[in-house]
Design a protein around this ligand. Structure first.
Ligand code: GLC
Length: 445
């Protein structure tokens, strides 16, 4: 369920913001001294003016108090852990962070944040914002411009996650975790990971099946685009203003997924799976393969998992006759303009990006660190045998389209792809319909 501001409202708001925001002109530099000063920035004809600018020194001794950190459902415990580490470190100085959990679905997290920002509420001083929302939230002027802070130590970040907070020439957050997906396979079944998606589907039919995120939400856009991009498909054309989604490559990719369900390579239930349901299915021990994000490597060894010690991960395979592709995921700590304590919010965002937390996050929760140095740590290399492949995957992953109407573009993809997976429409019709809807979304600005 969406919040009270449904798709229509969110789209309308995005479009209005763009009428104001897309005023062209050349870039002008920000005045970033006082914490409340305005900034103006532009890139590709899009300008975000008047944003509040963070004062990097405000985190050194902010007013004592409590701030709220909002993120998606803490299925791994990493959210509780980061907050507790921060609180232990700074309790004596009078600083406290409280965790607010939103639903597991990326779409619902976005809806929850939008609802609060539209009400100008300070419920989320810091929000763990998916990498795909920077353009939209910055255009709405909901986020502090963090450029002066990020510029102090830009080179410590891996370039791909850093780029996800960059929009209209400014940095709108601090990278928190990056993300890439892998093919999980069962080592106890004595198999090597197949080299192509086609072979994965063939093998899966004989080895219990493959599970992935096929429910109509952001996760399915990622799962589909991994195959679509590998097959040679695109979402937008090079101008970024028109859909290029309706292509034989995208139809071929969707056909493979649809046939997989028809032929028993994947259970029909994947059409209802988000990440938590995918993990539940995988840890039941029934399936031979899983597509999931890196976090699942650590998470699925815990609790009553029946696959503990029985799986490994491999980079996503090639699409036969074409190439390979991964999607860049991850989250950024963004600071709401409605916070009453921007200094404390920055102190917390700074902590989530610290070498100290990034090491725990990768070593214990297999979350993709955003700092180059974390991947060289001996403890990390031991706990996460694929750490080098993970870092490489981040460098090679493709970003989802950067657009203030990205959520509408994604909805066009995942709704129609889900309709095809569920057998309601043919792959060709689903891709064409999605493409038409992408063009409608683009025409709103
Ligand atoms: C993961 C990724 C995020 C993506 C989401 C989709 O959380 O990090 O970028 O949008 O999955 O479900």
């Amino acid at each position: 369920m969406r919040g009270r501001f449904g798709l229509g409202a969110a789209l309308a708001v995005s479009a209005c913001a763009l009428v104001v925001a897309a005023c062209g002109g050349s870039s002008s530099s920000s005045s970033s001294s006082g914490g409340g000063g305005g900034s103006s920035s532009s890139s590709g004809g899009v300008t975000v003016t008047g944003a509040k600018v963070i004062d990097p020194s405000s985190m050194n001794s902010p007013p004592k108090g409590t701030i709220h950190y909002c993120q998606g459902k803490d299925t791994t415990g990493a959210g509780k852990a980061v907050v507790s580490e921060f609180n232990q470190k700074y309790a004596a100085q009078g600083y406290k962070v409280v965790l607010t959990e939103f639903p597991a679905s990326a779409d619902q997290q976005r809806a929850q944040f939008i609802q609060r920002q539209q009400a100008k509420s300070n419920d989320c001083d810091v929000f763990s914002s998916d990498v795909i929302w920077t353009a939209e939230f910055a255009s709405q002027k909901w986020l502090y411009d963090m450029t002066p802070y990020v510029n102090q130590s830009r080179t410590k970040y891996i370039p791909a996650p850093l780029e996800t907070v960059h929009y209209a020439g400014k940095y709108w957050g601090v990278p928190e975790t990056s993300d890439a997906a892998f093919l999980f396979y069962r080592t106890d079944k004595g198999t090597a990971p197949p080299a192509t998606w086609q072979a994965v589907y063939q093998q899966a039919a004989k080895q219990g099946g493959i599970v992935y995120q096929g429910a109509p939400y952001e996760g399915l856009t990622c799962d589909f685009l991994e195959l679509g991009f590998a097959a040679g498909g695109q979402v937008l054309d090079s101008s970024g203003k028109k859909s290029a989604f309706n292509s034989p490559a995208n139809v071929k990719a969707l056909q493979l997924m649809v046939d997989g369900i028809k032929n028993g390579s994947a259970p029909k239930a994947v059409t209802t799976y988000m990440e938590p349901q995918t993990d539940q299915a995988w840890t039941s021990g029934k399936y031979g393969y899983m597509r999931n994000w890196t976090y699942a490597y650590a998470a699925d060894q815990t609790g009553g998992s029946k696959v503990k010690g029985k799986y490994a991960v491999a980079p996503l395979p090639t699409f036969e006759g074409a190439g390979k592709a991964g999607i860049l995921g991850g989250h950024n700590s963004v600071i709401s303009v409605y916070t009453k304590n921007p200094g404390l919010a920055l102190k917390y965002a700074d902590f989530t990006a610290s070498p100290e937390w990034q090491k725990i996050s990768l070593e214990k929760y297999s979350s993709a660190a955003i700092l180059n140095a974390t991947y060289d740590d001996a403890g990390v290399k031991k706990a996460i045998p694929y750490a080098a492949e993970l870092k490489q995957a981040l460098g090679q992953a493709k970003a989802r389209p950067v657009s203030p109407v990205y959520p509408q573009i994604s909805q066009a993809i995942y709704k129609n792809v889900n309709d095809a997976l569920a057998g309601r429409v043919s792959p060709a019709d689903a891709i064409k319909k999605a493409s038409d809807q992408i063009n409608s979304a683009l025409s709103t600005f």
